[in-house]
Design a protein around this ligand. Structure first.
Ligand code: ATP
Ligand code: MG
Length: 473
């Protein structure tokens, strides 16, 4: 490391208030302390970081308590079983851990933990880029300790394990996911040895809780270019274990002169495209799964070629099981289902003559997610032909113009029959029942079909005409 870099980051950390307190307490208690892990890695990479991991050669919990007292912090979380403690200060999350040595039981990823030396603690860490430490004691403040060539690996943008990756992954298989997650977040490569071990060890992921796997998966999806992590998951076969429906999208079938686009590669491109438009991980997730039912609906039709009839509906229906299995937050299910189900609708509406009522139905079906659906549709354009891209984008622009026109006319956003359920009950002398809903739906359908205008007077008149026919049967 050049001297210049070292001075730069020594200066940077000496201004952090919590670090000043850490140095003082450590020196007065005669303890060795270090900044470690992601904080050091990201400092070298010039990424601003609010998480600080502090390694203490001694008790992390007692040390955290002393530092907290010095700073007047009362809100400290102690995890005595893990030998860690945590508090927030100046917008930073500070985590304290005592140096430890870990050994593993093959059936769980929970280590058996003993007190250890600095070296023990550093080598138990997952990747060399996370093994760097910076001394925080006054005598050698800012000194970088690099026992596993982590600095060179950061320079070479390489994810590598400090020990044999077979052992690293056997001890804690979640690290397989973490390797790909870091590669995706940092735009790094993973060492060949990691790929070999991941391929062989992937079934060990079964001992890891689904929540942890899903958390890493969503971090990949939240990274600037998720295709990096997704491709690594695929190449190592891990995707088959963690998200098989995406994994089987890969490959192309050829019959006669017909082949179709590789759905997996297309999907990666759509995901990357959408990432330049949104940080909303659920919209990104929708991009990932929008064609998920292409493999199960694929059919070869003589004279036409490959078809994927109904993949949008089946895809939406597949989501529930996937959400449960992957322990994804269920309050996002409906949103994802909606985007998957509707992702072809704007294309259909761009074609030739489209009636106002088709546009109205689309506006009502998409509801408040209409803009995001269009972002998805635009990202779905992966043609390499600029003329086609131009044409498709123009189509969506036309659809959106029609939407704006119809909306302006109808004010459909919070669409509901202008004659409300209460009033229907009064006029028709009905108690709350299914029939009230049926009558209301009939009024709404008439408005969507353009038979009557979206206003109270016309809805009332229409109710008078249709009510008897509902009340008869
Ligand atoms: P980020 O916070 O950006 O996700 P990080 O490197 O800080 O990245 P954390 O999960 O916060 O990652 O963990 C802090 C440090 O603890 C890591 O840098 C690594 O040294 C170590 N570590 C975390 N999880 C593991 C693990 N499963 N196996 C080994 N070491 C780990
Ligand atoms: Mg961290």
């Amino acid at each position: 490391m050049s001297l210049r870099n070292k001075i730069l980051f020594t200066d940077k950390i000496s201004n952090i208030r919590v670090i000043k307190a850490i140095t003082q307490v450590a020196d007065s208690e005669n303890l060795k302390v270090f900044a470690v892990g992601g904080f050091v890695r990201d400092l070298i990479l010039g990424r601003e970081k609010n998480d600080l991991d502090v390694l203490v050669i001694g008790s992390g919990v007692d040390f955290a308590q002393s530092v907290a007292e010095k700073l007047g912090i009362t809100n400290v979380n102690y995890f005595k079983n893990f030998g860690t403690a945590h508090f927030d200060y100046d917008n930073m999350n500070i985590e304290f851990v005592g140096a430890r040595k870990e050994s593993y039981d093959r059936n769980t990823r929970k280590p058996i933990v003993e007190d250890g030396t600095f070296e023990d603690d550093i080598t138990r860490r997952d990747f060399t880029i996370n093994t760097l430490a910076i001394s925080l004691n006054k005598s050698d403040f800012g000194k970088l300790i690099d026992n596993c060539s982590g600095f060179t690996d950061i320079e070479n943008k390489l994810i590598k394990t400090p020990l044999d990756p077979f052992k690293t992954f056997d001890d804690d298989p979640l690290r397989i996911m973490r390797a790909f997650r870091f590669a995706s977040q940092l735009h790094f490569n993973v060492d060949e040895s990691i790929m070999i071990a991941a391929k062989e060890m992937r079934s060990r992921l079964s001992i890891v809780s689904q929540e942890r796997i899903t958390d890493e998966f969503l971090k990949i999806l939240s990274s600037p270019k998720p295709s990096i992590g997704l491709q690594l998951l695929f190449d190592s076969g891990v995707l088959e274990n963690v998200f098989p429906e995406i994994s089987i999208m890969a490959g192309v079938d050829q019959r006669k002169d017909y082949h179709h686009k590789d759905v997996f590669l297309h999907t990666l491109q759509v995901v990357d495209n959408i990432c330049s438009e949104t940080n909303n991980v659920w919209l990104r997730f929708a991009a990932l799964v929008h064609d998920i039912a292409k493999p199960p609906t694929k059919k070869f039709v003589e004279g036409i070629g490959w078809t994927f009839h109904g993949h949008e509906d089946l895809g939406a229906r597949m989501m529930k099981k996937i959400f449960h299995r992957m322990k994804l937050p269920l309050h996002q299910l409906e949103y994802i289902q909606k985007l998957v189900r509707l992702h072809l609708r704007p294309i259909a509406l761009a074609k030739e003559e489209v009636t106002d009522s088709a546009i109205r139905r689309f506006v009502v079906d998409a509801g408040e997610d209409l803009e995001e659906l269009i972002i998805l549709c635009r990202a779905d354009i992966t043609s390499k032909n600029p003329i086609k891209v131009e044409k498709y984008l123009g189509n969506y622009e036309r659809v959106m113009q029609k939407v704006r026109d119809v909306k302006e006319r109808d004010q459909l956003r919070a669409f509901q029959s202008p004659v409300r359920g209460e009033e229907i009950m009064q006029i028709c002398n009905l108690k709350p029942s299914k029939k009230v809903g049926e009558i209301k739906t009939a009024i709404e359908e008439a408005i969507l079909d353009g038979k009557i205008g979206n206003n109270y007077d016309e809805a009332y008149k229409y109710l008078m005409i249709i009510k008897d026919q509902f009340l008869e049967n």
